[in-house]
Write a new protein. Sequence first.
Lengths: 270, 327
Amino acid sequence: MKATARKIFRYIRIFLKFQKMNFFQLAAYRPGFFMMFGSVILLMILHIVFLKVVFGWVSEVKGWNFHEALIIVASAMIVDGAIWVSCAHFRVFQHLIRKGSLDSLLLKPVDSQFLTSVSRGDVEDFPRIFIGLILVIFGLTNLDFRGWELVLRFIEYIFLIFNACVITYSFSLILASIAFWTINTSNYALSDAVLRASQFPSDIFSHEWSKTLFSTVLPIALIATFPAKALVKDFDWLIVAHSTIVAVCFFFVGRFFFKLGLKKYSSASS
Amino acid sequence: MSKNVIEVKNLTKKYVSVKKKTGFSGQLKNLFSPEKKTIEAVKSINFEIARGEMVGFLGPNGAGKTTTLKMLSGIIAPTSGKMRVLGFDPWEKKNAYKKRFSLVMGQKNQLWWDLPVIESFSLNRSIYDVPRKIFDETLEELVEMLDIKKVLNFQVRNLSLGERMKCELAAALLHQPEVMFLDEPTIGLDIVAQKNIREFLKEYNAKKKVTVLLTSHYMKDIENLCERIIIINQKIFFDGQISELIEKYADRKIITIVTDKKVALEDAKELGVVRKFDPYEIQYEIPRDKIREKMKEIVSSNLPIDDILVDEIGVEKIIRRIFEKLK
């Protein structure tokens, strides 16, 4: 027990150390530092403007009004931001494999999946989390939830957002790990497309087969619509159970894929 | 416990590679019916290295040196055979093993490019879980031995190649490994920087009794640091002391005649094929079994001899000849 706790603290320390290193690295070039933050903030504003334009034409989309839909967009922002701030290596994963740069990470006495995931974090994506949280609070103030109900719903929401992060991370890991076999394949575009699609209420997919697909193997609905639903629609523990089961499955499949891929890793000549 | 720190038995590594065809039709064929071939990078090699030994691992380009080091480090899987390092099977990738060895590749950088050197050292402390006190003591010792105090707070990208390699070595030694795999640690360095790295490695090995397997294309590194060498060209070609290599493969010796008067090249050629010529110094390369005979001939010649020296051919030349033969 004591050893496990020590191990967890050690991994947290390593994670924080990498976060610090990534921040220092970004801050080493002042103009680039401000430009990157600026472009992320601008992108977030564009998402909101786009939503506002849509709701300028219609009062609701499949039962979601503007403030409720805003929480979906904000949730997607939070998940997106959390993934890129903490483990951005999937964007460049195939380069590490092709150039043999994964070598130095594999030599370290730390879990290889953990190290590969957290050794790069894009600190400039932090505003996504911050703006996302502000938008969630703004959306909630315009809805009629007060007192304990709001607290319970918010706890459930945070839990579902955590699951969404696990699902998004594992989904990206599975796609990125394909590069162990194909060497020069970037599947980042597909994982990014899933994140982009998650910004829309998943109820727009009305067919039964699409609902099943997007809440299981292609987990678009689980990333933002499910957490937002728990916060502003039906208070349902089944949503939590569903999301948790999918998150656990994705996590173990992702880990299995990564480990299988590592066995195929052939490095590159020096 | 076995005194051998590294044990390699029938280790083989095969790669499947696609034979790339050129031209547009060739590229299309590559896409739809690639011609695959199996390359044996390492063929059933065997060797053992004892604790504290510093062994030169030599071979021409593509001989399988780096592949062997990567297998011993657990980065890539062997196709067949066995290996044990410090009692561990490297391919099991145990963290307990990773804490006890280091791999330094002269062509790859593990320091953070845009950050001061000390930040990378501090990161390694967290990763290797080195207690603060031990880290501080080790760092102080390495900083002094490598003379890198003044560059600790410099961004890595602003360092010279020599300074960077010293810092790479320090980063690789902060967790006090018992085994070091060094892959071309002096590549691209100027003569002074190469010498500094060599001196450091020699001193460190003497002090810490660390086991080292070193690859280098600079024979000076090998001659200065290693008593034993392993020559590989997919298979092991030679494994033994440098003196054994000279005895086995240096079939010639060099005779140098120093004269006290100027000698014409034509006169020097009368005694045989001249290897090097200077009006006061002539060099011949003579088969070992003909030395006695040639010496008699020289002494009875008309050359104004002041001194005669007989030397072995340099290790570098022997190894160059072996590599040419292996190709």
